[in-house]
Design a protein around this ligand. Structure first.
Ligand code: URA
Length: 233
């Protein structure tokens, strides 16, 4: 890869900002000052800006706490998207949400530019679970529990695979749901089969990785390699 491209990607700057860094003599390759953007790098080369070595990240993985009213898309004409919430932190990356939450839902959205990983965690065959806290307008019943465990058939005839549901409060209005599928409006439609409405829906975890409680709605942070591995277990 060319040095200017590498700089832009790892230092998260534009190509012209990378050029300025080079011209100002702030960049070294293996400890030697380098001002030429078209220098071809080898895998083992160590690039540093002002003495700080850069680490090349092939892909980024971001955990975001989606607030209500924000849409799970990259761009939208009317609404703020989950990618808009990142501001201009990643000008060189084409990040997108791996899986969707409804506009009214909140919680863990994973953003990445790794298409293969996104495909893997969404593929039903991979069985990556998603865990939700759901507030119902009518208490959880034994019929719903048994139906979820057996696999709900939606109003349009779609037969879903088994899911888990358990009450989290004595009144049965707050429940935890665990799904291994991602059908459009799935949870709302599953409860709809039993005449129950969903008042609030929050995603707590994807696979084995829980949403960081320190992230307020709208906040986000990058995941470590170990955390990314926890998603797929
Ligand atoms: N199921 C829904 O109905 N909505 C969501 O946002 C996620 C799962």
């Amino acid at each position: 890869m060319r040095l200017d491209k590498y700089l832009a990607e790892t230092a998260q700057c534009t190509r012209s900002e990378a050029k300025t860094l080079l011209q100002k003599g702030k960049v070294t390759v293996n400890g030697t000052l380098c001002k030429k953007g078209d220098t071809q790098l080898r895998e083992t080369d160590v690039v540093a800006v002002e003495g700080r070595p850069l680490a090349y990240q092939k892909f980024v993985y971001i955990m975001l706490n989606k607030p209500e009213g924000v849409v799970s898309a990259s761009i939208d004409k009317r609404d703020t998207t989950v990618v808009d919430l990142l501001g201009d932190a990643y000008p060189r990356r084409e990040l997108f949400p791996a899986g969707r939450l409804d506009k009214t839902s909140t919680g863990f959205v994973l953003l990445t530019d790794d298409g293969g990983f996104a495909h893997d965690i969404l593929a039903p065959k991979r069985h990556v679970s998603k865990t939700y806290t759901v507030t119902l307008d009518t208490p959880l019943t034994a019929e719903m529990k048994a139906g979820f465990a057996a696999g709900v058939t939606l109003a349009d005839g779609t037969a879903l695979s088994p899911a888990e549901v358990e009450a989290m409060t004595p009144d049965g209005l707050t429940v935890r749901v665990l799904l291994k599928q991602g059908v459009y409006h799935q949870i709302k439609r599953m409860f709809g089969v039993y005449g129950a409405g969903v008042n609030a829906l929050h995603r707590d975890a994807i696979g084995g990785l829980a949403l960081d409680a320190a992230l307020a709605p709208g906040q986000w942070r990058e995941l470590s390699d170990a955390e990314v591995a926890e998603i797929t277990g």
